[in-house]
Design a protein around this ligand. Sequence first.
Ligand SMILES: NC(=O)c1ccc[n+]([C@@H]2O[C@H](COP(=O)([O-])OP(=O)(O)OC[C@H]3O[C@@H](n4cnc5c(N)ncnc54)[C@H](O)[C@@H]3O)[C@@H](O)[C@H]2O)c1
Length: 272
Amino acid sequence: MKKIGLLGCGAIGTQIALAIDSGKIPATLTHVYDNSKDASASLVKKLKNKPIIVENSHLLSSNPIDIIVEAASQDAVKDVALSVLQNKCDLMIMSVGALLDESIYDILSDACRDFKKTIYLPSGAIAGLDGIKSLKDELESLSLTTTKHPRSLKGAKFFENSQINLDEINSITTIFEGTAKEAVSLFPANINVAALLSLTGIGSEKTNVKIVADPNTDKNTHHIEAAGTFGKMTFTIENFPDVNNPKTSRLAILSAIETLRKYCSNDIQIGT
Ligand SMILES: NC(=O)c1ccc[n+]([C@@H]2O[C@H](COP(=O)([O-])OP(=O)(O)OC[C@H]3O[C@@H](n4cnc5c(N)ncnc54)[C@H](O)[C@@H]3O)[C@@H](O)[C@H]2O)c1
């Protein structure tokens, strides 16, 4: 059985831990860490098989663990990703926006080769990455329109320098239009999908992103258009937000669970 360490015990981390505990992911959750002691303690309380709570994030990968699952924040990725690989552990990253910093991407990519370890980025809250990955050399344009309820956008850095008051939005309003690179830095907790698309396709400066607030929606909707010499693909994914964190879609959690299940199983692997 593979051994898993978990960094971040919030909405995603908790559901991953429960999936391991129930046997859906055939593995053992051996160690967990969260900056919030309450979050790690409350997660461990929910589990039949209790992992050890370590004292800091670097201690996760100093144990004999196969893979560290990051479900915390971009800062957590910047802080621990390299040492995880140096400690000969694989790594699954949910806070994908951290990788749009090219120096971080290059350091981690080199470390994967040097230490013969792999970083896994689940497809998150979108579908279609398999197709985009296959035809990326033939892509000419790639765009993402994300529509969410205004409350799902709250707390984003963008609003520090904006006149927009999310509480006063009463009709469909475009909040932001720009490149994926800008979107990820201004909406770091909301737009991991833009980071994933950029890394899969034609880069963060050529991927166009629009963020729309809709006060009447109960879904997080991502509409993707990809065009090139191969033809055209469009995907619309309408996700319900997770009950514990409206910024996170249910599909993001399920895609993380499926990526880990695949990592831990010897099985027929379907899909590109
Ligand atoms: N890839 C995707 O499609 C996708 C989708 C949704 C969310 N995410 C990202 O995944 C991450 C987790 O999402 P969530 O919904 O579980 O968030 P959450 O806020 O519910 O939980 C995050 C947990 O991590 C802890 N944490 C934050 N920074 C930390 C650090 N540096 N070290 C240790 N613990 C830390 C927090 O205390 C919290 O308990 C976020 O960065 C989010 O943006 C990615």
